[in-house]
Design a protein around this ligand. Structure first.
Ligand SMILES: [Zn+2]
Length: 408
């Protein structure tokens, strides 16, 4: 049973905001009516009659609830201290769906669902790690832990929450020695792809380190299938740009093949020296995500909105950044009902202020870019319930007598 309220949330009219709903081609002033936990209508001058609460959001942006498709939230994991509670730094960044990227392997998925997913107020989805014991530990290098049949079976058993198969962190655990017959270079990727074939789901790959035995172009040009995802695209180790600063040909060719590139900021995977020239040449990650975990939540990642702000200040237009944080990840995880304000969709909405001034944004390589715009979340609605409202939008002023607000 989900921990979201079983009572019907009050109808809510968000009046006069600038709606950016890229999935429906909306980018302009409109009202948004939420009723019975769903989007009822988006349009100009919607009638307020009979609506429980009307919030004036003029001057703010209104977007679909943000999707962070790479984070780590299995915080009850027995063997790993990687994860955050899924409500940490999410609602406050407009995030209403968080996708755990393989913290749980096929062995612990039932526990993950019972202990975290089913109890969360935020929507939690998951990639299943091909490694049975999941992340993060030396067992990730044990080929015997990689079981395509069991991973695919787990994905099918929990099809309501599983969106794909994850592989990460596989190399020879006897560091410095070459791969051998028992530790083939592509063991983890191949096992994940076999699992993905078996259950019909995409594979997300974290590919580190790059070794001569498993070159990166081979991963994205030969191994990955259309719809499979390479996360951490702007990590230090990837040859994103050639010696002349031009985006590598294999990236364009892989994108043409349908391979998806996800940002996956992380503690070490968003380097402006890779990202800035690539973005300037039009190679923007298909989706923006944080890889938020205990090791980066206090920097350099902080949260999804900060990650989006970095991309905005590298020159990507605001509406495009919203698209790559809503409708694009929804498509990548095969959940087209998410990341939009289509009538009938669950009422997941973010309201943002765009502050102007001079702001610094940091990367994983210890450098900063300065920029002039910064989104700040002022309201988050999850399934029709207001779950984040730091400025008290719509609340009565203290000291006034307010009728009809018993017990609120
Ligand atoms: Zn990760």
């Amino acid at each position: 049973m989900a921990a979201t309220s079983q009572t019907t949330p009050p109808d809510l009219l968000l009046r006069g905001g600038h709606v950016i709903d890229p999935g429906n081609g909306i980018d302009g002033t409109a009202d948004v009516l939420l009723a019975e936990g769903r989007v009822a209508a988006v349009g100009p001058d919607l009638p307020a009659r009979g609506v429980d609460r009307v919030l004036d959001v003029a001057g703010h942006y209104v977007t679909p609830g943000i999707i962070d498709m790479h984070a780590h939230v299995f915080h009850t994991h027995r063997r790993s201290r990687l994860s955050l509670d899924p409500h940490v730094q999410t609602f406050s960044a407009g995030v209403t769906t968080v996708v755990d990227a393989g913290t749980s392997g096929w062995r612990d998925l039932a526990d993950f669902k019972a202990e975290v997913i089913d109890r969360a107020r935020i929507r939690v989805l998951a990639y299943v790690n091909i490694v049975g014991s999941g992340m993060l530990g030396p067992w990730e290098h044990d080929v015997r832990e990689m079981r395509p049949r069991l991973a695919a079976a787990a994905a099918e058993d929990f099809g309501d929450v599983v969106v794909g198969i994850k592989t990460a962190h596989y190399w020879d655990f006897r560091a410095g020695l070459p791969f051998d017959a028992e530790h083939p270079p592509w063991a983890a990727v191949d096992a994940a792809l076999e699992a993905g074939d078996r259950c019909g789901l995409p594979v997300m790959v974290d590919f580190w380190p790059i070794l001569p035995e498993r070159p990166y172009p081979e991963l994205i040009l030969e191994k990955l299938r259309p719809g499979d995802i390479h996360t951490h695209v702007f990590a230090q180790q990837f040859p994103v740009n050639d010696a002349d600063g031009k985006v590598e040909e294999h990236l364009w060719r892989a994108r043409e093949r349908g391979v998806i590139f996800d940002l996956g900021h992380g503690a070490a995977s968003f380097w402006f020296r890779n990202a800035a020239p690539a973005i300037a040449q039009g190679f923007v990650p298909d989706s923006i995500s944080t890889d938020l975990h205990t090791g980066n939540v206090n920097g350099p990642v902080f949260d999804m909105l900060t990650t989006m702000n970095k991309v905005i200040n590298l020159g990507v237009p605001l509406a495009d950044v919203v698209a790559r944080s809503t409708v694009a990840p929804a498509r990548e995880i095969n959940r087209p009902e998410l990341g939009t304000l289509s009538p009938g969709a669950e009422a997941d909405v973010a309201v943002m202020a765009l502050d102007t001034g001079t702001f610094g944004f940091v990367d994983c390589g210890g450098v900063r870019v300065d920029g002039s715009e910064r989104l700040r979340c002022v309201l988050t609605v999850r399934a029709g319930e207001i779950v984040y409202n730091p400025d008290g939008l719509g609340l009565p002023l203290a000291g006034r007598s307010v009728a009809g607000r018993r017990g609120e």
